[in-house]
Design a protein around this ligand. Structure first.
Ligand code: 6R9
Length: 671
């Protein structure tokens, strides 16, 4: 493997306002740049006339039943209307038009089940199956505008179900299969859904894992709760587990589809017709149903997928590892790739079943050329060691993407070197459930990439960093990330709660969308995301980012993973407390008090050296695991409880709720 030859970037000042001493920069290779979909002039075009730029994208990337004549109506701000007098159908755009264009034989989905079963679905297959499912939904009483909740594992049927809803104009609300019956109940109730699509179960870590019981429980009468609005439950058979059956309510998916015709006329809807509602795991209380509509959403999903990943539909094999239960699965497994006619891999299971090389094996097998995944997954693979991916042929890869949280420079470098063979561009893509599609990201053939920075707003997007008074910060300054112009795939509100929408996103700064993320601009004007604003610490009046210190810790050779929280401190306001997992061969070092003290000192000194003495953690706790949500985000709230010596709060949204016991037990155990 060749060594990286980073060019030198702007020298960073030693101040805390700079993320580490990150000066590495990786310009695109000449060959890649020459063939890239997005060239530098895309920025110029968008800057020349932003609205006309979006109108062009909408005409070029999406097929309209009735062409639109108006691009943006912002008179009802902050609720935007894009392309509002146009009509279209999302499923027609994702499927039928590719068949009509002669690409019916192109593979849409290479499905790989966790047990190793496979299925190849062409665009023509997809058209027939989505049509059958759309007819089946109609037969079961679903009309345009009715809400359908989808609670499925990662199966071809998940994609088909979403597209079947879109085909009849029934907004879907996908609930991640890892959510509990209670979470499902509240989402069904809030959306007032009339039908649920689920499965008997799915395969997870080598064993069938049941889903249907959670649906039964979510729909059962409950004291104090309104009776459910759900009339029918469609059940996909996957694991052949025994299921309880409610006659008159439950219907097998395969029976319903077998009885339905494979011919179906897609329903053309207005551009602003709701396409889906997706609930975010909001901080407290009622879930937030983020509402997305059709025309603008499809336009930006397709535009970003084409330009950020440099998709060539004839030759690329694309793989986004996200579950369709998250927004990344909506925009970059279903709508973006399919609207663009891509061939993609869909994998049901976990990366370590039946072995830790499963992902890399799939990349070799399907010759995946574009991989889109999350920093938490990258760091996990990093922890497992280079030799695991090293055992597979990954030379088909040509673009790597990252999403979900800030990627620390160490993980970025590992991703590029070990997975990308020191060749591939990496796109670090910042966006949210609310933004619907990627907003800030390098363009792989244009931008000289900096490890750890999402860098620049995409052409057509207006993002900046402001201070407490809403003033844009100068280069080198830090503050809050805001979006200053409406964008096509922006949320159209919170389902049923316009006031909450205004309050959450539009009240902090007049006329600006407040993303809730801290950010800074470096001396080149590039944007570095610093994590949620509530994760930004204030220590003795200095603004410190959890991400910044985590990056420093992870850059030390003995650290595999790190999470940093700001714990209340009488003297300094907040104090930095770090939780670290040591790498396999060093894990034993902290098992004696002397060893632990030595590790602490070494790491504190290291952070002091990387960032400055002020950033040195007051406490460093060596732990076996970190608490993560099912989408892989570290739950700092729980770590803060530990750091502040409180009883640990509600841990029910953790992927593995026993992790907190493991952490607290380890800390209390006499060492
Ligand atoms: C797509 C998605 C949104 C929050 C967002 C931010 C964090 C996402 C990021 C990133 C830094 C990136 N986030 N991508 N932070 N760099 N490339 O993850 O949506 O689940 O709604 O989360 O995730 O904090 O505000 P969602």
């Amino acid at each position: 493997m060749t060594e990286a030859h980073p060019t030198s970037g702007t020298a960073s000042s030693p101040s805390l306002e700079n993320l580490l001493h990150e000066t590495r920069s990786f310009p695109p290779g000449a060959e890649f740049a020459a063939q890239a979909n997005a060239q530098a002039d895309l920025y110029d075009k968008a800057a020349a006339d932003r609205l006309e730029f979006w109108a062009e994208q909408a005409r070029e990337l999406v097929t309209w039943q009735t062409p639109f004549t108006e691009t943006l109506d912002w008179s009802g701000a902050p609720v935007a209307r894009w392309f509002a007098d146009g009509t279209l159908n999302a499923a027609y755009n994702a499927v039928d038009r590719h068949v009509e264009a002669g690409h019916g034989d192109r593979v849409a989905i290479h499905f790989e089940g966790e047990p190793g079963d496979t299925r190849t679905v062409t665009y023509a297959d997809l058209q027939r199956e989505v049509s059958r499912a759309a007819n089946a939904l109609t037969d079961l009483g679903v009309s345009t505008g009715d809400r359908v909740v989808i609670y499925l594992p990662m199966l071809v049927e998940s994609v088909v179900a979403m597209l079947a809803c879109a085909r009849i104009g029934a907004p879907h609300s996908v609930v991640f299969g890892g959510f509990s019956a209670d979470a499902l109940r509240s989402r069904i109730a809030d959306a007032e859904a009339t039908l649920v699509i689920t499965a008997d179960g799915g395969y997870r870590r080598g064993a069938p894992s049941a889903l249907k019981p959670a649906v039964d429980e979510a729909l059962a009468p409950k004291e104090g709760a309104e009776p459910t609005t759900v009339q029918k439950v469609l059940v996909v058979r996957r694991t052949e587990q025994d299921v309880d059956w409610v006659e008159g309510r439950d219907v097998w998916w395969h029976d319903a589809l077998a009885a339905a015709s494979d011919q179906h006329e897609p329903v053309a809807v207005e551009a602003e017709h709701p396409l889906f509602i997706l609930y975010t795991s909001g901080t407290t209380g009622k879930p937030k149903g983020i509402l997305h509509t059709t025309g603008g959403y499809l336009t930006q999903a397709a535009y970003t997928h084409k330009n950020v990943f440099d998709l060539k539909p004839e030759t690329d094999v694309y793989w986004c590892t996200a579950d369709v239960g998250w927004v990344t699965g909506h925009s970059y497994v279903v709508y973006g790739p399919l609207v663009n006619g891509a061939t993609q891999v869909l994998y049901e299971g976990t990366p370590d079943t039946p072995h830790r090389g499963r992902w890399w094996e799939l990349i070799e097998k399907y010759k995946v050329s574009i991989l889109y995944t999350a920093p938490t997954a990258i760091r996990t693979c990093m922890k497992w060691g280079d030799d695991i991916p090293g055992g597979f042929d990954l030379t088909s890869l040509r673009v790597l993407g990252s999403v979900g949280e800030p990627i620390n420079p160490e993980a970025w470098m590992w991703y590029r070197r070990v997975i990308g063979g020191d060749r591939t561009p990496i796109v670090d893509t910042w966006w949210q459930t609310e933004t619907g599609a990627i907003m800030i990201s390098p363009l792989p053939g244009v931008t000289a990439a900096k490890p750890g920075s999402a860098q620049v707003p995409l052409p057509g997007i207006a993002a900046t960093v402001v201070d407490d008074e809403a003033k844009p910060v100068p280069d080198g300054g830090g503050g809050y990330l805001v979006l200053s112009e409406p964008w096509p795939s922006m949320l159209r509100g919170i389902w049923g709660d316009l006031e909450r929408y205004k309050e959450t996103y539009w009240s902090r700064f007049e006329g600006l969308y407040f993303a809730g993320d801290g950010a800074k601009k470096d001396e080149d004007g590039d944007i570095w995301l610093l994590g949620r604003v509530d994760d930004v610490m204030n220590v003795s009046g200095h603004r410190l980012s959890t991400t910044e210190i985590e990056s420093a810790l992870v850059s030390h050779e003995i650290v595999a993973e790190a999470a940093v929280v700001g714990a209340a401190d009488d003297t300094t306001g907040q104090a930095v407390v770090a939780f670290v997992i040591l790498r396999g061969d060093h894990a034993g070092r902290a098992s004696t008090p002397e060893g632990a003290a030595e590790v602490q000192k070494e790491l504190r000194d290291h952070v002091g050296k990387e960032i400055g003495p002020i950033a040195k953690p007051k406490k460093i706790l060596v732990v076996p695991e970190l608490p993560k949500t099912r989408s892989g985000k570290i739950m700092r709230r729980l770590l803060r409880d530990v750091a502040e010596d409180r009883a640990v709060g509600d841990a029910t949204t953790l992927a593995d709720s026993s992790v907190m016991d493991l952490i607290t037990a380890g800390l209390q155990a006499p060492s």
